[in-house]
Design a protein around this ligand. Structure first.
Ligand SMILES: Nc1ncnc2c1ncn2[C@@H]1O[C@H](COP(=O)(O)OP(=O)(O)O)[C@@H](O)[C@H]1O
Ligand SMILES: O=P(O)(O)OC[C@H](O)CO
Length: 527
């Protein structure tokens, strides 16, 4: 039987109640609204000209886990939550619609929606990026083509993560979706397309290149649907949205009654949006710790094709006459989800006070190692045959050690991704610091652990909502709220908050890394 898991491992139980003291909003002040539609919740945020978040409303949505490895969302619940967030944030801060210059949308990527062109009704639950129901399709593709055969065209290895295999699964397994395709009324899209379609009353069916680059159907160089990829997946181009190459463009006018007439001028995938929020320069790196953990390096205007298990993706193109910027990305399937799982599924702690207390009760994990392969391992391994594995327990082991092993695993995964980035850059770029954001970075003890395991400086920013700010920048640039400088750089940078520098010995780090590789080897092939 299906199981609703809204309070399960990725249930967003810790969705932050907003405790921030906001700067005052002046009467009639011009603002940008950013909509951040994430894996566990949706937010609407108000951003002023100084790039300060001056208001936010957040709503969590259900995580449906009908079978092991399956994760889906209800597209209508997500849209209704977004509408509610817009209404509540405007109401809470007594904002008049005329103050909102534009809306920017940033979203969980890859998650795939199918809906009816005529009625706008969803034809299936949204299949979430973490979902593995498409494993068989992926295995067959790998055995026919080889895992890396589409890298040159799409920048991606064949994996369950990307949208094309989720679309294929729906076509093969849902009579509703197949019938709609046969009758020419099927719309496939990522969450940005779905929200834009709903907010514009069905007027606009489009996406931007950052989101399209995660489908495995887009050509990384031309930023258009690739005919060869469409043939391989047997997906009709008329079932896909129009790709707008820019993330800062006219994406449509909202028709929803309370907010009608406001233009949508920003669309950008959430991890690329965080790069914009951090104003990442060439060679710089950001790591966002939300449900998963995503590390992106600005690799400039030429894509770097990874030889070490990373992804190549569009970072953004901001105007018709600006070049496309690319990123090298390491995607880790485990971030806050591991913390939520420890609380909700294992009952290791009840709140963050107890979480901190437990972690400070131990020096280290006491020889316990955890491989957080709830959905297999993404970058740099791309293995489906691994499941969560815990090793090294003795009668000495207690809750603190296990929690330490679980949280360490998040940061070891990130460290190995950054090592792979250094290898891909072949010495051309020296990584000294990593800019961080996302829910997990609220915990300074954990950020210290990241600096220790990485052997690099980790920097947090004064504003936490970096992802939402990125979409706000994209939207605001289009309507003249800000202008890029003549060098193409964005004129405002969010100040640093805290810097964490490595504090453990090289010998200790080497010991942890060695034991970790051993743990990985032992976990491979389980599933
Ligand atoms: N004080 C904290 N310490 C550690 N982790 C935290 C803390 N507060 C929130 N989190 C984690 O942050 C994650 C949510 O981050 P967020 O950026 O909102 O995620 P998403 O965008 O994926 O929905 C949750 O998984 C939660 O466990
Ligand atoms: O919702 P987040 O912040 O975990 O981000 C999800 C990613 O976009 C998946 O690729």
């Amino acid at each position: 039987m299906g199981q609703k898991a809204s309070a399960g491992a990725i249930g967003g139980v810790f969705s932050p109640a907003c405790t921030k003291n906001f700067s005052t909003i002046m009467k009639g002040e011009k603002l940008i609204m950013s909509i951040d539609q994430g894996t566990t919740s949706s937010r609407a945020l108000l951003i002023n000209k100084n790039l300060e978040v001056v208001g936010v409303h957040q709503e969590s949505h259900s995580q449906v886990t009908e079978n092991p490895g399956w994760v889906s969302h209800n597209p209508m619940e997500i849209y209704k939550n977004v509408e509610k967030c817009i209404y509540e944030v405007m109401n809470k801060h007594s904002i008049d619609k005329s103050q909102i210059q534009a809306v920017g949308i940033t979203n969980q990527r890859e998650t795939t929606v199918a809906w009816d062109k005529n009625t706008g009704e969803p034809l299936h639950d949204a299949i979430v990026w973490l979902d593995k129901r498409n494993e068989k399709i992926v295995e067959d593709l790998i055995s026919t083509h080889g895992v890396d055969s589409f890298r040159q065209t799409t920048g991606l290895p064949i994996a369950t993560y990307f949208s094309a295999t989720k679309m294929r699964w729906m076509l093969d397994n849902s009579t509703e979706v197949k019938k709609a395709e046969d009758e020419g009324r099927l719309c496939f899209g990522t969450i940005d397309s779905w929200l834009t379609y709903c907010l514009t009353g069905g007027e606009k069916y489009l996406t931007d290149a950052t989101n399209a680059s995660r489908t495995m159907l887009m050509d990384l160089e031309t930023l258009s649907w690739n005919k060869g990829m469409l043939e391989i997946f047997d997906i009709k181009q008329e079932c896909l949205p129009q790709i707008i190459p820019e993330s800062s463009a006219d994406f449509g006018i909202i028709s929803q009654s309370d907010f009608s007439g406001v233009p949508i001028t920003g669309i950008i995938g959430d991890q690329q949006s965080a790069c914009l929020g951090h104003t990442l320069k060439k060679g710089e790196i950001k790591s966002t710790y939300g449900t998963g953990c995503f590390i992106l390096m600005n690799s400039g205007t030429k894509p770097i094709h990874s030889k070490n298990g990373l992804l190549t993706t569009v970072m953004y193109k901001l105007s018709e006459d600006s070049p496309t910027n690319y990123a090298l990305e390491g995607a880790s399937e485990c971030g806050g989800v591991t913390i939520e799982w420890a609380k909700n599924n294992l009952g290791l702690f009840k709140d963050f006070q107890e979480f901190d207390h437990l972690l400070s009760s131990v020096e280290d994990s006491g020889g316990v190692y955890f491989v957080p392969a709830f959905s297999g391992l993404f970058s740099p391994y791309w293995r489906n045959d691994v499941r969560g594995t815990i090793l090294g327990m003795s009668l000495h082991t207690h809750r603190g050690h296990i929690l330490k092993a679980l949280t360490d695993s998040i940061f070891i995964r990130c460290s190995e991704i950054i090592k792979a980035m250094e290898q891909d850059c072949e010495g051309a770029i020296e990584i000294q610091k990593v800019m961080v954001d996302g829910g997990v970075t609220k915990n300074s003890g954990l950020m210290q652990t990241q600096a220790d395991l990485l052997d690099k400086t980790v920097v947090t920013k004064k504003e936490q909502e970096i992802t939402a700010i990125g979409a706000g920048i994209a939207a605001g640039l289009k309507v003249g709220m800000w202008e890029n400088s003549s060098s193409g750089d964005f004129p405002i940078t969010i100040p640093d908050a805290q810097k964490f520098t490595p504090s453990i010995s090289n010998a200790k780090r080497a010991e942890i890394t060695e034991k970790w590789s051993d743990a990985i080897d032992r976990s491979l092939g389980w599933a």
